[in-house]
Write a protein that binds this ligand. Structure first.
Ligand code: ZN
Length: 129
């Protein structure tokens, strides 16, 4: 695996997410700058782009911001793991994560199997709250 290339990709992703977060903070949530933010975020909200009441938009903005912050946290976490040499191993079972998976998802923390477990647990936690 090309560690420098990975770091570069993660750092680019971090900059992109920080810019997104900054533009949200500057615009405030649910201003009429809808079209602009949709342009930047279209890859995240494509499937929702044609729906819209104001309440819905505000909730969507909040959830996008949450996702941006969550992704940013993942990317920063992955950069720390590059620094301490644990990058590329699963945090649950300690096995190497496939290079293919890291190519597709540089901030991956778990192998495929444990990712599925983590998502199931997250969903279950969501349903309880
Ligand atoms: Zn694992």
């Amino acid at each position: 695996m090309d560690a420098d290339g990975t770091r570069g990709r993660l750092e680019e992703e971090r900059v992109r997410l920080q810019d997104l977060r900054t533009s949200f903070e500057q615009e405030g949530l649910s201003e009429e700058s809808e079209d602009e933010s949709l342009g930047e975020l279209s890859h995240m909200v494509q499937h929702q782009a044609d729906v819209g009441t104001e309440t819905f938009n505000r909730e969507r903005d909040l959830s996008i911001l949450e996702r941006v912050e969550a992704e940013l946290g993942e990317v920063e976490h992955a950069l720390h793991r590059l620094d301490d040499g644990t990058y590329g191993t699963c945090e649950a079972c300690g096995q190497r994560i496939d290079d293919d998976r890291l190519q597709a998802l540089p901030a991956a923390r778990f192998c495929l199997k444990d990712q599925a477990v983590a998502e199931r647990e997250a969903r279950a936690a969501g349903e309880r709250s």
